[in-house]
Design a protein around this ligand. Sequence first.
Ligand SMILES: [Zn+2]
Length: 131
Amino acid sequence: MYNVPVSSVHSRGWRTQSMHELSITQSVLDIALRHATQAGARRITRLNLVIGELSSVVDDSVQFYWDIVSRETIAAGSELHFERTPGALRCLGCGHTFPLNGQDYACPACGEAQVVTAGGDDFRLESIEVE
Ligand SMILES: [Zn+2]
């Protein structure tokens, strides 16, 4: 068994964007199959996914669709592993970057509530393990 690194960002967006887990899951499968084929793999055993705290992707939904879309492929029965990354915000008022703390989006430095995401808003397939 060996590890095939993948560096494809599938989706980026913070809550405002409506994500459809089925199409996301399908694109994860497409990319995994492409890399597995390039690596000459017979079977995909595990997918390492990174999911940001601010990502709109729901891992349970991805898992649910995964079992359906991967059926009849060399990824059937493979395990999905989700690594969670913390969310970070940047204040538009003073430029301060701070970790997301619950539902409080106000800047701890100046109290400004106009913030943008500065990390943890993406969902990507990092690598796959194949045989
Ligand atoms: Zn600020």
